[in-house]
Design a protein around this ligand. Structure first.
Ligand SMILES: Nc1nc2c(ncn2[C@@H]2O[C@H](COP(=O)(O)OP(=O)(O)O)[C@@H](O)[C@H]2O)c(=O)[nH]1
Ligand SMILES: [Mg+2]
Ligand SMILES: [Zn+2]
Length: 313
């Protein structure tokens, strides 16, 4: 490397990647970078959401249409495989009791995934205009023991106070929305962040044959310290591919189980049906919900089939 090629190192955050060119946000400026770091040897691919060290090229690379190159990817808090995103702090999980009917197992699996990957789960029960109050209460009583925030709302009849409370939870963090197709993710996001261009309905991401086109993931800066991930087709199916967690770790991803772990009669208790199980005792006194425990038992049989080498840290 000649003298005049030595470049000053800077840090920034990747907002998006299109055709191998990364848009890196650094001090309110968007810099186009290609990847050229030692991380390549480590098999790390830079992702939207990554904090990176980059260098500006002395002379912008006309051929590549880039201003500089990414030199290093900083350690991640977490990374999702699909959509490819790194460093998500909060995961808003949207569910509905009608159109579509939510699956407790699917929702509980998403909560496990969030907790296991150090994303704080926030539950949103949407389409409450289609739902009778006792059904909403039943949902609430199952999930209140989890200990995460729960919002019940109707995205087509926005309530300013609920909106404000959800909005406040996106401050100073990087958030993403997840949930089955049709639950109202885009409608909720559009109402909360009018500047964020998020189409309702998933039609535009499908081709005529009904296949999803590959859309790149993208981070949207809400304000200086707040980011929102654009996750158009982020449904449970996308989680399944990287649902790797050991059976020993699983109970720790049920936040309401944690205070009782270590209190069972048998140290190797799997909390299924054992005598003297503290989790089963907690269900009897209403501190853990039976439906959540049912999901735990189902997921335990699912994770037990993975061999240790399949576990991705
Ligand atoms: N009745 C009712 N319909 C809703 C509500 N929220 C969204 N929808 C409708 O549900 C459909 C799917 O919403 P969309 O935001 O595209 O869902 P997404 O696939 O999760 O992004 C659209 O036709 C919305 O108008 C709601 O609170 N109540
Ligand atoms: Mg959508
Ligand atoms: Zn137990």
């Amino acid at each position: 490397m000649s003298m005049n090629q030595s470049a000053q190192e800077r840090t920034g955050r990747i907002l998006s990647c299109i055709g191998g060119i990364y848009t890196v946000l650094s001090k309110s400026r968007e810099i186009q970078c290609y990847a050229k770091g030692t991380f390549r040897h480590d098999g790390i691919t830079p992702l939207a959401g990554d904090y990176v060290t980059f260098c500006l090229d002395q002379e912008p690379d006309q051929k590549r249409n880039a201003d500089g190159y990414i030199k290093a990817v900083h350690p991640r808090k977490n990374a999702l495989v699909r959509p490819p995103l790194a460093n998500i702090d909060r995961l808003f999980l949207v569910a509905t009791l009608h159109d579509p009917v939510y699956s407790p197992l699917a929702l509980d699996k998403m909560i496990v995934l969030a907790v296991h990957n150090r994303m704080e789960p926030i539950l949103i029960l949407n389409k409450c205009d289609l739902t009778r109050e006792p059904e909403v209460q039943a949902f609430f009583s199952v999930y209140k023991t989890v200990g995460c925030p729960i919002f019940t709302l109707s995205a087509i009849l926005p309530d300013p106070e609920i909106q404000e409370n959800i909005h406040a939870l996106t401050k100073g963090v990087t958030s993403a929305f997840a949930g089955a197709s049709g639950v109202g993710k885009s409608t909720i996001i559009n109402a909360l962040f009018p500047a964020f261009d998020c189409e309702t309905g998933d039609l535009s991401t499908k081709t005529a044959r009904g296949k999803h086109t590959t859309r790149q993931s993208r981070l949207f800066q809400l304000d200086e310290t707040s980011y929102l991930a654009d996750t158009p087709g982020f449904t449970l199916l996308d989680f399944e591919r990287f649902f790797f967690i050991s059976k020993e770790e699983l109970p720790y991803s049920f936040p309401e189980f944690v205070p009782f772990l270590g209190q069972c009669k048998y140290t190797k208790c799997t909390h299924k049906t054992e005598d003297g199980c503290a989790i089963l005792a907690a269900i009897r006194v209403g501190e853990v919900s039976a439906s959540r425990h049912e999901s735990y038992v189902s997921l335990l049989s699912e994770v037990s089939v993975h061999k240790p080498w399949e576990i991705i840290e």
